[in-house]
Design a protein around this ligand. Structure first.
Ligand SMILES: Nc1ncnc2c1ncn2[C@@H]1O[C@H](COP(=O)(O)OP(=O)(O)OP(=O)(O)O)[C@@H](O)[C@H]1O
Length: 397
């Protein structure tokens, strides 16, 4: 009896010592990783001194404030080397530790693509966390697309088509080609900036990574924006790259129609932008939905393909939405696809107020199972015919 107590004590002490050693080793490794990331960041000049940013923005002078979003104010600045920057001062909602923030910011500052706003680097100064972006001189897309005063016919079809293509390329990069899969979660016209050549740049990417989702402060912010969020994300918290595909589809329909999805007006029977677009598409009247402001520059074939893309991407079932790779393939086609039978909305059992549409609850319930709902089976045939046509086009290119 005594012997077994002794053995028990020995085992306990052995496990304690072993666990402590293991923890020490892990902490050391983490520190080494952190230090080496920090070292790389310094070497690559991703870490900015606070004083540098204060000088660049004239002490964060309100006169240099570009605006303020959900994450905090953004200031325009000019670095000593002449680069113009936008400095985003993150609000205190981010309780991330210094090293955790630096690691994430360091990873994000490796992201480089023509259609993604370049994050030059970051700075942690006491409680202040700052992100330093390339300055993108033209307005954000929403200001040009939705505000009548700003329109002046600048956003003709060619520019809109370039935005549709550019954002698709940027998203494909974030989803598949960046060192880590980045789901944006908040693709919308306000987060697309236009540079001096009207090249679209996806902004605010990766902010969800810098603000962990469990921070109640940003829950609603991180969850996205009304009207752009995929139903499976809103209703079941299912997050995948397909959530971005959905938001992208909404953006495409907005670019074609000039209508803001969330305040869509011509809705005879309370229909949403997508329902309206779908009905016109089914009647072969896609061109009737185009924004009157860009009618003179419209290219019918391209618009028809884009309407199809918008409708495919906003299908309620994420499995049936194309991924961004496939979107690129469709966009690269010169003529419209064969008629699509994009699923209608059948067997509505509840209303989704954010989107203003009714969805079949079974569509959601089966989102992650292979059992197809009524709507699902219709769209499966769509997807199949669609897959074969896109495959054909891949092999042609
Ligand atoms: N890199 C940048 N270059 C130029 N202007 C920028 C840049 N980043 C942001 N801005 C401007 O700063 C303002 C605030 O941007 P921010 O991204 O913080 O918020 P938002 O996208 O308007 O709103 P929210 O964060 O709630 O989605 C916007 O007017 C935007 O046009």
């Amino acid at each position: 009896m005594k012997k077994s107590k002794k053995a028990e004590r020995f085992m306990e002490s052995f496990i304690r010592t072993f666990t402590r050693r293991q923890e020490r080793a892990n902490t050391q490794k983490e520190e080494e990783d952190g230090n080496s990331l920090e070292a790389i960041a310094v070497k690559e000049q991703k870490v900015f001194r606070y004083e540098t940013l204060a000088t660049a923005t004239h002490d964060f002078n309100p006169r240099y404030k570009l605006g303020e979003g959900g994450y905090g104010p953004v200031f325009k600045g000019k670095l000593g080397d002449g680069r113009e920057v936008a400095v985003k001062r993150l609000g205190r909602g981010s309780t991330q530790g210094k090293r955790e923030f630096s690691n994430e910011a360091m990873l994000l500052s490796q992201v480089q693509h023509k259609n993604v706003v370049n994050l030059y680097g970051y700075c942690v100064h006491g409680d202040d966390k700052l992100l330093v972006y390339e300055y993108v001189p033209n307005e954000s897309l929403d200001k040009l697309l939705f505000s009548k005063e700003n329109k002046n016919g600048e956003l003709d079809w060619k520019r809109r088509y370039d935005v549709i293509n550019g954002v698709a390329r940027g998203l494909l990069y974030l989803h598949e080609d960046a060192h880590t899969t980045i789901i944006h979660r908040d693709i919308k016209a306000a987060n697309i900036l236009l540079d001096e050549k009207w090249t679209p740049k996806i902004a605010d990417f990766g902010l969800a990574r810098l603000y962990p989702e469990d921070q109640t402060h940003v829950n609603t912010r991180v969850a996205g924006t009304t009207g752009y969020m995929a139903p499976e994300y809103v209703m079941h918290g299912l997050l995948s790259t397909k959530a971005d595909v959905f938001s992208y589809g909404v953006l495409v329909l907005e670019l074609i129609t000039g209508q803001k999805n969330s305040s869509f007006t011509p809705r005879p029977h309370g229909q949403s932008l997508r329902e309206w677009a779908w009905k016109l598409y089914k009647k072969g009247q896609s061109l009737e939905m185009i924004d009157p402001d860009m009618r003179p520059s419209a290219v019918a074939d391209q618009i028809t393909v884009c309407v199809q893309v918008g409708l495919l991407c906003t299908q309620p079932d994420p499995k049936l939405r194309p991924d961004m790779n496939r979107v690129m393939v469709i966009l690269s086609k010169k003529s419209s696809l064969d008629e699509l039978s994009i699923p209608g909305i059948t067997g509505s059992t509840f209303q989704s107020s954010y989107w203003g549409e009714s969805y079949s609850s079974s569509t959601f319930a089966n989102a992650s199972s292979s059992k197809a709902s009524t709507a699902g089976s219709v769209s499966t045939s769509l997807s199949q015919s669609f897959t074969s046509s896109s495959n054909a086009s891949t092999s042609n290119t």
